[in-house]
Design a protein around this ligand. Structure first.
Ligand code: HEC
Ligand code: HEC
Ligand code: HEC
Ligand code: HEC
Ligand code: HEC
Length: 382
């Protein structure tokens, strides 16, 4: 059963959730339910009560990943992520979580706001009607200045054309990125809002913020998976149709599909719910195990590098090991950011973690033998 938790004391989600004007079962109502927090074995999120302060009025936060796994602190030593990194949660929280993360202590740029707020109106205003100009103006601001122009998390107009309710992409970075990708495939002058199919748009509206699925290096994680290759869209699993009387509407309560297996999976898979969940968890357990192996290898390498430095070694002597550390870290980061613990593209996740494991162990070999030359995969990513 879904547990409803207290939404943040200040903020729009609180106001919406309690509003008597929000009709039950409307898309607004589903949408405001993204304040719900429930954990799955590897996903979802946990609602942890916290004592609000002047600086951070949130009364509930998601669990801390760096407290859960202190190896992440070692991996990110010196980066803002080592201060605060939590499990992601529902869309209703995106603006508050970004505003109040301790990562703000080191100062953040206005570009952060691109994926954490409803930006369309603000961009139009800042750009005197020109979305792209406004986007550029906000990018040039420090975060806290950009924040003054923003009021709420992602809203209807960020994904829909107001008049027709047609799906649309509103993020210039995604429009340019996907056009460049298409150009590299020989398709010139690609305009995502004009040329994409409806089924593609059911993924692209998500991909405009969840970009790690599209633009990291030359490969793309999501497209490596069997579902993407079969034409299944993000919305098929994360916004499945629900029947409301005679109507079928898309569930705007975007969440872990494992909290909604019947609507999210059983429309295509005629398999009992427990078996579907078991199959997902089998993939996730394997991915997680491999991730831990790679993380341990990276910790061993970081420890040995530190010992060498303490013994007086110069970074120039450690160059190969440091390069291997950088590579292993990149691959691990990549899987960490991917979020489904391998489900979206199981073999791709395992391959990436295999690279991380191999690179970290080769870094150790390089510390022991100055003549060691690492065998690295073709440089498709780092
Ligand atoms: C075939 C179904 C399916 C499709 C299609 C799909 N996902 Fe997922 N997604 C899942 C499952 C299953 C999980 C794991 C949830 C869990 O562990 O609780 C997940 C996890 C996630 C998470 C983390 C959620 C959490 O609760 O931790 C995000 C974010 C996400 N997906 C975004 C996307 C985006 C963006 C797309 C499209 C590019 C997409 N997904 C396509 C099934 C799908
Ligand atoms: C390209 C889109 C994009 C940009 C730009 C972006 N984020 Fe995010 N952010 C996301 C997505 C998507 C999630 C959900 C989790 C995930 O996919 O990693 C997220 C999650 C988060 C979270 C919640 C989880 C956590 O890490 O504790 C915080 C806080 C956050 N981002 C802060 C920031 C800050 C600060 C910046 C600027 C440095 C930033 N974001 C820039 C898309 C973005
Ligand atoms: C405006 C940018 C934006 C768009 C558009 C967007 N997301 Fe997100 N999404 C985020 C951010 C940021 C978070 C993390 C919020 C936090 O942790 O506070 C997030 C969180 C999530 C989660 C985690 C929810 C949970 O309960 O753990 C899922 C699943 C997800 N998004 C899927 C999708 C899907 C599917 C779409 C497209 C239908 C989509 N998102 C569109 C920015 C976006
Ligand atoms: C993160 C992106 C996103 C946001 C934000 C969003 N929607 Fe949607 N919406 C979708 C997707 C994806 C579909 C499925 C469209 C399709 O299949 O063509 C959809 C479908 C719809 C439809 C068509 C009928 C249906 O249910 O399939 C309506 C109406 C709609 N949304 C209203 C809204 C309203 C009102 C809001 C604001 C409360 C909103 N949407 C916010 C992504 C979004
Ligand atoms: C729109 C249809 C559709 C939906 C919705 C869907 N799937 Fe699938 N799924 C497919 C197709 C198509 C395949 C590939 C089967 C094939 O080609 O034999 C597949 C394959 C799989 C596989 C095998 C993966 C592999 O790598 O071989 C698993 C596991 C799976 N789906 C789980 C899920 C789960 C869990 C959900 C819900 C979160 C889900 N699916 C939702 C269509 C769907």
């Amino acid at each position: 059963m879904r547990r409803r938790t207290t939404p943040p004391r200040r903020g729009w989600s609180d106001i919406w959730a309690s509003s008597p004007w929000v009709p039950r079962w409307s898309r607004y109502d589903q949408y405001v339910r993204t304040v719900d927090q429930q954990r799955t074995r590897f996903g979802g999120s946990e609602a942890l009560p916290r004592t609000p302060t002047e600086a951070d009025p949130r009364t509930v936060v998601a669990q801390s990943k760096i407290e859960e796994d202190p190896r992440l602190k070692t991996m990110w030593a010196g980066y803002a992520f080592a201060r605060d990194f939590r499990e992601e949660r529902g869309h209703a929280y995106m603006l508050d979580d970004q505003t109040f993360t301790e990562r703000q202590a080191v100062g953040q740029p206005g570009t952060c706001a691109n994926c954490h707020a409803s930006t369309v109106v603000a961009w139009r205003k800042l750009g005197d009607g020109d979305l792209v100009k406004g986007f550029e103006a906000m990018n040039a601001m420090p975060y806290m200045e950009a924040r003054q122009h923003l009021e709420q998390p992602v809203a209807c107009i960020d994904c829909h054309e107001p008049g027709s309710m047609k799906l649309r992409v509103t993020r210039p970075a995604f429009m340019e990125g996907i056009a460049a990708l298409k150009a590299s495939q020989g398709i010139a002058d690609y305009d995502v809002n004009r040329d994409a199919t409806r089924q593609e748009m059911r993924s692209f509206v998500c991909g405009q913020c969840h970009v790690e699925y599209y633009f990291e290096g030359t490969e793309e994680t999501w497209n490596q998976g069997i579902h993407a290759r079969s034409g299944v869209a993000c919305a098929d699993c994360h916004m499945p149709y629900r029947r409301m009387g005679a109507q079928k509407i898309s569930d705007h309560h975007v969440q872990s599909p494992l909290l909604n297996v019947n609507a999210a999976c059983q429309t295509c898979h005629n398999i009992p719910e427990e078996e579907i969940v078991a199959r997902v968890e089998l993939i996730q357990v394997h991915t997680y195990r491999m991730r831990n192996q790679a993380m341990d290898a990276l910790m061993d390498l970081i420890g040995e590098v530190a010992a060498k430095r303490a013994a007086g070694a110069l970074d120039s002597e450690l160059a190969t090991a440091l390069e291997m550390q950088r590579r292993a870290q990149f691959y691990l980061d990549f899987v960490e950011a991917e979020n489904s613990t391998g489900f979206h593209a199981p073999q791709e996740a395992t391959r990436t973690l295999g690279e991380a494991l191999g690179d970290a162990r080769q870094g150790q070999l390089a510390l022991r033998d100055p003549d060691f030359t690492p065998r690295i995969a073709p440089p498709t990513r780092p």
